[in-house]
Design a protein around this ligand. Structure first.
Ligand SMILES: [Zn+2]
Length: 304
């Protein structure tokens, strides 16, 4: 039997966990997060020194690799953070707070905060547009959950609108938007898809004008039971939504509106770093780890 991925030393020993994170965040050696110095830095070795502490002799301040990352204000051991990351990166539909709490032996509250911080690490920033010449990007919308205060009616009027952009043979980006007016969708589509791409959508009237901006725009008429015509379809985007919905229903059991974009970032991340694109569980975790740097959490952290 293959060894469990959690047998690796970085999941077992705190020293090894720090070494693992340092090797990935500081490939050229430690960098002082206070002054940016790289030269006069020494590892603190005293018995009472916390693991992973360095001192910068340029600004005379101590630091660890956690400073300036989503792990910074937390007392959770580094090896437990890494365990949580590998669990969330390796499971296609996500891991519930309850499961993290039971698997890692942390409190429910801690598990909740850890999972949101890891989602933040998974959020990609400063992205290049998707697609490009000769590439196809599908845009599709789905309806999810229930808008607070909206009575449940027939149809989708009381649900949140989520739009997903999925490049064929590439990644996904999904967004919680106000509605399906051109004003809701155009900014998202224009900012994220290269104009040289072929845009694939359904017959939604809102896509008509938006589509003119792209090298090509193909639509399928779902209302007339047309799902594929030549290379025109949105089946890839629908596949993405199906993983998202199964995860939200089966694992997360819905979430509040405030956090919906965080869950979307999590599903985007796993989809964009999936095995079919050559990214295995270990590499996916390493990529999420690179994302812990420079993220500011906008929700309150006072419960922790
Ligand atoms: Zn310094």
């Amino acid at each position: 039997m293959a060894k469990s991925v959690l047998n690796a030393p970085e999941f077992q020993s705190e020293e090894a966990a720090f070494a693992y994170v340092e090797a990935r965040l500081w490939p050229e050696g430690p960098v002082c997060p206070h002054c940016g110095g790289v030269e006069r830095i020494s590892k603190m070795q005293g018995k009472s020194t916390r693991i992973g502490t360095y001192k910068c002799y340029q600004c005379r301040k101590p630091f660890t690799v956690k400073v300036g990352t989503v792990f910074e204000a937390s007392h959770v051991p580094m090896r437990v953070w890494l365990q949580a990351m590998v669990l969330m990166c390796a499971s296609k539909k996500g891991v519930s707070t309850n499961q993290l709490h039971r698997s890692l032996g942390v409190s429910l509250k801690t598990a909740w905060f850890m999972s949101h911080r890891i989602r933040e690490a998974m959020r990609t920033v400063g992205m290049q547009p998707m697609g490009g010449a000769g590439k196809a990007v599908e845009a599709d919308e789905t309806y999810y959950g229930q808008v607070k205060g909206e009575p449940v009616r027939k149809g989708v009027g009381h649900k949140h609108v989520v739009v997903a952009l999925v490049e064929r043979g590439g990644g996904a980006r999904s967004f919680h938007v106000e509605g399906t007016r051109i004003a809701d969708l155009a900014p998202v589509i224009n900012a994220n898809i290269a104009k040289e791409s072929a845009l694939m959508t359904d017959e939604g009237t809102w896509y008509r004008e938006i589509g003119r901006q792209f090298a090509r725009h193909e639509t399928v008429k779902h209302r007339e039971d047309e799902y594929v015509r030549g290379d025109a379809h949105v089946n890839t985007a629908e596949g993405f939504f199906s993983i998202f919905k199964r995860g939200m229903k089966g694992v997360y059991q819905h979430c509040s509106e405030k956090h919906l974009h965080r869950y979307l970032a999590e599903f985007d991340f796993r989809y964009s770093n999936r095995i079919k694109l050559g990214v295995d569980d270990a590499e996916r975790t390493a990529r999420a780890l690179k994302g812990i740097v420079g993220k500011r959490l906008t929700y309150r952290t006072t419960h922790n």
